[in-house]
Design a protein around this ligand. Sequence first.
Ligand code: FMN
Length: 382
Amino acid sequence: MNTAVCRMLGIDFPLLAFSHCRDVVAAVTNAGGFGVFGASALAPEVLDRELSWIDGHTGGKPYGVDVLVPGKVVGAGMSRVEIAALVPEEQRTFVISLLADRGVVAPGAASDAVRVGSAVAALGSASRNEDLLEVAFAHPIRLIANALGPPPPSMLERARAAGVPVAALVGTRKHAERQVAAGVDILVAQGGEAGGHCGEVSTIVLVPEVVDAAAALAGGGPPVPVLAAGGIVDGRQMAAALALGASGVWTGSVWLTTEEAETPPATKAKMLAAGSDDTVRSTSRTGKPSRQLRSAWTDAWSAPDAPAALPMPLQSILAEPALRKVDQIASSGHAGATELSTYWVGQGVGMLQSVKPVRRVVAELMEDLAASIERLGAITAG
Ligand SMILES: Cc1cc2nc3c(=O)[nH]c(=O)nc-3n(C[C@H](O)[C@H](O)[C@H](O)COP(=O)(O)O)c2cc1C
C-alpha cells in the first residue's frame, strides 16, 4: 500500500498498534505492521531496558514510542511522596470498603492495596517526561506519539533534530486544529469507541471531520495525514477507515487478547466473554474519562453516594495499586476480585472471540482489508 503515513514511516501496511507490552510491539512490527510502545507508566531506566529488548527483536524494522504527557496535572513540581499525600481520606476509605465488601482485603484494614507513593505519582512530572524522551530518542525509534494535549515543545524539538515524525491523539476537530498549529506530523483521530482515554465523538464522525480540518489547514499543500482509531479490530473496519480519508489505522484493544499480551488471564477471559456494550467511559481509574470493562469497580464509582474521582494523577495513585491487587487475587478465581477487575478496552471487545498470535491478527487484517476492497470494487463494477 502507498499512503502518506506509509511513506512517512517507511512501511507497506499502515496498521499501527499501540501496546504497553514489548512482545506485542515487536511482533506487530515483525508481522508487517508498526508497533508503538506505550511508555506512560514506566521509569526511564525501565523504558531503556524495554526498548533495548525491542531493538534486539525487530532487526531494524520500524517501531515507535508513545509517552502520555497530560496537559494539566495536580502537584506539578512536588515530590512523589508529597503528591501521594494529596489523596484524601474519603476516597481511600471508599476504596478500602469496596475491596473489603468483596473479600479482597480484611474489613477495616489499613490495606497495602491503597498504599500510596506509587510510580504513577510521577506521571506528568516535567523532569520525568524529559528523561523518558531522552531515553526514547537514544533508540532508533521512527515515531514519537503523545496523548492528552499538544506535545511539549521539547518533544517536537528533539523529534525534528532526530528526523522522527510526531503523532498526536485527538478526539475533536478543535483538538486537531490545536495539534496542527503545534506542528505535529500525524493526527490520530480517536473516536469514543476506543479503549483508554477518549472523547464522545464516534470514529465514523470524527475521522472525516479531522481529515477535512487537516485539508483546510494545509491551504492547498499536503495535509497532515490522519490515522483512524477507536473500535477498529478487523479488515472491514480498516477499509472503512481508508474510505473515510484516513491514511491508515491506529489500534489498541485488538492486541489485548493476543497470545503475546501480558493482560492478566482473568481479564483476558472477561474480554473474550464481553459484548460491545460491556465497556464504559469512567473516571474511576485515572480521573479523566477512559473506556474500560464495566465492572463492580466502575459501577461503585458511578453510584450516587460515591466520592468524586480525583484529578490526575491522584486517582491513578489510588486506583492502580488497588486494581493490581484485585488482578492478582482474581487470577486464582476469587469471585469478589473477578467482579471488581477491569482494564482499558474499547467497544471492539465484542468482536474479540479467541486468543490468537499477533502475526495471525495482522494476517487476518491484511486479508480482510483486501477482501473488503474487492467487495466494494465489485459493487461499483456492477
Ligand atoms: C489498554 C490500553 C491502554 C492505553 N494507554 C494509552 C496510553 O498510555 N497512551 C495513549 O496515547 N493511548 C493509550 N491508549 C489508547 C490507544 O493508543 C488507542 O488510541 C486506542 O486503543 C484505539 O482504540 P481501540 O482500543 O478501539 O483500538 C490505550 C488503549 C488501551 C486499550
